[in-house]
Every structure is written in C-alpha cells, then in structure tokens.
Design a binder for this molecule. Structure first.
Ligand code: AMP
Ligand code: MG
Length: 417
C-alpha cells in the first residue's frame, strides 16, 4: 500500500470501492484459543466440533403418558393394561414388561425395553392399577429415537461462525464444555482535538465534551474485541506520533476520530504518512467524507472523521465489516428493507448519503421511515433518535413523501408505526 496524501483534484472514492480496498487488504487473524462454553457467546468458533455421541443418547418419551408395546394394542377396541411402574426423566424404569403391562412415563424419560409407543395421558383413563386405552389407539407415536437430533460423528457447527445462544445449547447438549475460538482483537482508540474535554471537568470557552469516545466504545462492544480507550490526544504532531507508534505496538487495530479532514493542519496526515502505510480517502459519501485506512507496523489503522454522525456512518459501513473480517467471521451484509418514506428528503446528486431515520413496522413486511431530525453531522440528538440509515444512492436528487427508500435498521426489533 502506498502513502497517498490526497491532492484536492483526486476523484472521490465510492463506498463500494473503499469497502473493496479494505476487504482485499485485511487478512483474518489466525491464532486460536480455548474458550469455556460459558464465555463463548458471540465468539468465532475456529474448529468444527463433532458429536462425541448420539443425541438423544437413548430413546425417550416425547409426552407425559403411558408406555406400551404396540403389539398390545387391539385395533378398533378399547383395552386395559396393568401399570407396573413409572419411568421418570432421569430415573429410568428398571425391569421388563410382560404381556398385558404398561408403564406410567413422563416427557424425557428413557423408554423401557420393549416399549415402542407412548400414549398421551389425556387419551387414557385410570382405574386403580390399570390404565384404560380407547379404540384406535395410535401405535409407534411419541417416542424420540436415539440420534434423532444428532448422530455420533456429525459436524455440530461448521467453523467459522459467530456463536449464538442456540449454538451454545447444541454444544452443551453434546457434552462439549469448551471450544477453539479465534483469539479476540486487541483494539485501542483515541480522540484528537484541542477542543475536547473529558467528562467531569468544566467546559472552558471554545471547548466541547468528548462524545466520540463513548460512541466508539459503544460501537466497539463485541465478544471478539478487547477494547482500550486511550483518551484524548491534543493537536500536537509529536504527541500524535508517539500515541500512534505506541498504540500500533500494543494493538491489532487502532482507531482515531477527528483530524482526518483536509481542513486540518497538515501535520496530521504527515504524521500518519511518517508512521506507516496509511491512505487518506475522500469518500463520495455523506456524512463521513474523509477516512484514513492503512497499516502502522503490524497494526491496522482507521482514522475516522470528528463529527459524531460521520463516526457513526464510517464505523458502521467500513470499520465494522473490517473488524468482522479480521476476527474471522463469515462475510455478511446489512439487512436492507424497502420502506415508504414519510418525510421529504433533501439531497443533491453526487454523493451516497446515509441519512439518520426512524423506521417502523406497519405490518409484517411493510415499513415506513421518517427523518430522525436535521441531518447536520454534529447533531448528537438525531443520531440518538435514529434506529436506521436511510441509504440514498449518489444519483438520487431528493425523495418526496410516499416514495420508497432503502433503509438499514440498526437492530431487527422495530417499533410499530
Ligand atoms: P475534525 O475532524 O477534527 O476537524 O473535527 C470535526 C468536527 O468534529 C469538529 O466540530 C470537532 O469539534 C468535532 N469533534 C472532533 N472530535 C470530537 C469528539 N471526540 N467528540 C465530539 N466532537 C468531536
Ligand atoms: Mg480536530
């Protein structure tokens, strides 16, 4: 990768081009570690475990009822059997059934030898030690066969996969107590700017509180990340250089916000160019035009813009997929829904826009979206109200109410309209 401090005539890079460049540069981390199942939610499994045994390991009852041998069933006639014992889940019935006998059995109990049917208790009457069965009693029902979930030797989960709660249940069901996972990414991030003040200190004139560090630490929260907040770095080239070099030594990924735009003092770009192979891109997107990406030593570096809305967009669209790739997750794109737009959207042709919106579900498969507020990129309130991006193509020149737009929800739970 070459150092490219962009001259102003350099053409804008599209979001797709930027994503492609990032995706083709990143090589997933290959190291793995053993992780206890209790800590494995959201981790990327690195080896595909095989079932050490059948699940279920023995045939068991799928219902509460009475277990019997279907040879006892008399077609089209009622019949009665002697109840000779009980099979509980975890406490099998010991013994063999003779002709004319059945057992009381509960869901999950091992089916005794010779039993091939469980008749639901609602279909059976009791008469002391006897159970009375109706005519046309179904045979061969309500028994879960050995291995009806998993056969011994089956691949339980194909790696790589980010483990879900159901994956953990499947592994636990097979008796697997720990797994091999890709190791976590070590990520350090800092804010740059002389105007930034940490929380807890009074605001001087011309200062603002550093909100990006809270935004970033929230966006970075993931089971595959070990995140360190490196604080605020003043607009000082020596300090910036030291911070970058130290961080690149300690972390797989270093993120900064602020100081990435053309209007900033030249030393920001110079410092980055001195420290590593970092490209500065002018992206054809709004918000979030400037983005720096590259390597400092062995560490990946992302220089995000300073404005909060631009941090939200560049993180979600470029950094998050890169981190997933680095962590070894299989490729996956954002959910995109077609929604009726209930606001008038201002836009001029040229750049792709990610406007901050509120999407609601009108009915299953029907969505409506409105603007979450003004679209200036310093507006923290709007980003806080928003639950989606409204994605507008570069050549779109505005949207009238009632037209359809593409939205990318931040979560899959949506409010009703
Ligand atoms: P910059 O990219 O450094 O020119 O910053 C662009 C805008 O984002 C300026 O208005 C900065 O004050 C603002 N900004 C930069 N960093 C932060 C931060 N950490 N928290 C909140 N606003 C910031
Ligand atoms: Mg700045």
């Amino acid at each position: 990768m070459t150092n490219l401090c962009y001259p102003s005539h350099k053409p804008l890079l599209s979001a797709e081009q930027a994503l492609e460049r990032i995706a083709s540069a990143i090589i997933p981390l290959s190291e793995t570690e053993t992780v206890a199942l209790s800590d494995a939610l959201g981790r990327v499994i690195a080896e595909s475990p095989q079932a050490p045994q059948d699940i279920p390991p023995q045939a068991n009852a799928a219902m509460d009822g009475y277990g019997l041998n279907s040879a006892q069933i008399l077609p089209s006639q009622t019949f009665r059997l002697h109840v000779v014992g009980t099979a509980w889940a975890g406490q099998p019935f010991v013994g063999e059934l003779a002709d004319g006998e059945c057992v009381r059995i509960f869901t999950g109990a091992v089916v005794p030898d010779g039993v091939d049917s469980v008749v639901q208790q609602e279909q059976v009457d009791r008469d002391g030690e006897f159970a009375l069965f109706g005519a046309d009693c179904p045979a061969g029902r309500n028994v879960r066969a050995i291995g009806s979930d998993v056969h011994r030797g089956d691949t339980l989960i194909s790696a790589p996969k980010k483990l879900t709660a159901s994956d953990l249940a499947l592994l636990a069901g097979a008796g697997i107590a720990d797994i091999r996972a890709r190791r976590r990414l070590n990520i350090g991030f800092f804010s740059t700017g002389d105007e930034l003040t940490p929380l807890g200190e009074p605001l001087g004139r011309g200062k603002i509180y550093d909100s990006n560090r809270y935004l970033l630490s929230g966006l970075l929260a993931d089971a595959n990340h070990r995140v360190v907040d490196l604080g605020i770095v003043r607009d000082d080239p020596a300090l910036l250089e030291q911070t970058l070099l130290d961080a690149a030594d300690r972390f797989d990924v270093v993120l900064s916000t602020g100081g990435a735009s053309v209007g900033d003092a030249d030393y920001v770009q110079e410092t980055l160019a001195k420290c590593g192979q970092v490209e500065f891109w002018k992206l054809a997107i709004k918000p979030g035009k400037p983005l720096a990406f590259g390597k400092i030593g062995a560490s990946w570096f992302f220089g995000l813009p300073g404005n909060p809305a631009a941090v939200l967009v560049t993180f979600r669209k470029f950094v998050a997929p890169a981190l997933r790739q680095l962590a070894g997750e299989p490729a996956a794109g954002p959910l995109q829904l077609l929604a009726r737009c209930d606001s008038r959207l201002k836009k001029s042709a040229g750049r792709q826009e990610y406007q901050r919106g509120i999407v609601s579900q009108i009915a299953p498969g029907q969505y409506a979206v409105k603007l979450a507020g003004g679209q200036e990129s310093h507006q923290l309130t709007v980003a806080s109200h928003a639950n989606c991006f409204i994605v507008l193509d570069a050549d779109c020149a505005g949207v009238k109410p009632g037209e359809s737009v593409i939205v990318e929800p931040f979560s899959t739970n949506l409010p009703p309209l």
